[in-house]
Ligand binder design. Structure first.
Ligand SMILES: NC(=O)C1=CN([C@@H]2O[C@H](COP(=O)(O)OP(=O)(O)OC[C@H]3O[C@@H](n4cnc5c(N)ncnc54)[C@H](O)[C@@H]3O)[C@@H](O)[C@H]2O)C=CC1
Ligand SMILES: Cc1cc2nc3c(=O)[nH]c(=O)nc-3n(C[C@H](O)[C@H](O)[C@H](O)COP(=O)(O)O)c2cc1C
Length: 172
């Protein structure tokens, strides 16, 4: 242990520690009565395969957050290496109202926007949510899946985007 048990961990130290972890990068999107909205997220995790369920942690302060709760549906669009620009756009480089411009978005079961050419996409219904600190943990049941693309993935680690090469058959 490098710090006493009862000493509070500063947020800055926590973020520095978290920056050492590598994560896949996703555009989390929604549409419905609460309007279309989306943001970049790395806090996505598989919960169960029966029923297929994952979680995503969304900051309640994000301008997109109310739309997710109102719509009750979302799509986790996992980005390819070629989609790094979109990650920056949906993390705030482009204003919320303009983030979806310039491409055709698809839909599966729920009506949440599906990114064409995503590495994979999980179309979900939000079945539960829990407030933890600044974020809400959304529990999402998977209603449909998009086709898996045979291409390089995108990682976020050490505060930089990186390429995750697709493993080929010859690579073992
Ligand atoms: N889970 C989240 O809400 C995340 C939010 N961000 C946002 O992007 C900004 C830039 O991030 P970085 O360049 O990676 O540098 P950073 O030093 O702000 O964050 C380093 C790592 O700490 C974690 N983190 C950062 N802010 C967080 C938050 N509000 N709640 C939970 N975990 C958080 C993430 O794992 C992040 O990659 C952050 O300040 C934050 O606003 C980034 C990554 C995750
Ligand atoms: C690499 C990366 C990962 C992020 N992951 C999350 C996340 O998991 N949850 C979250 O609420 N915000 C996350 N953010 C921050 C949101 O993308 C950002 O706050 C959001 O786009 C702002 O949306 P708004 O302009 O609609 O408020 C992340 C940002 C970056 C750059």
């Amino acid at each position: 242990m490098t710090s006493p048990d009862l000493e509070a961990v500063p947020a800055s130290a926590y973020r520095e520690a978290m920056a050492q972890l590598a994560s896949a990068v996703h555009l989390v999107t929604t549409d419905g009565p609460g309007g279309r909205a989306g943001l970049t997220a790395t806090s996505v995790c598989s919960v169960s395969d029966g029923p297929p369920t994952l979680l995503v942690c969304l900051n309640r302060g994000s301008s997109a957050y109310p739309a997710f709760l109102r719509n009750g549906v979302l799509c986790i669009n996992t980005l390819t290496a070629a989609q790094e620009d979109l990650a920056a756009d949906f993390a705030g480089r482009v204003p919320r109202a303009e983030r979806f411009e310039g491409r055709e978005w698809g839909k599966l079961q729920t009506g949440a926007p599906v990114l064409p050419d995503a590495l994979v996409a999980f179309d979900c219904r939000i079945v539960d949510h829990h407030t933890v600190g600044t974020h809400d943990v959304l529990i999402c049941e998977v209603a449909a899946l998009a086709e898996i693309r045979d291409t390089d993935g995108l990682l976020y680690a050490g505060r930089h985007y990186r390429v995750l090469p697709r493993r080929t058959a010859s690579a073992g």
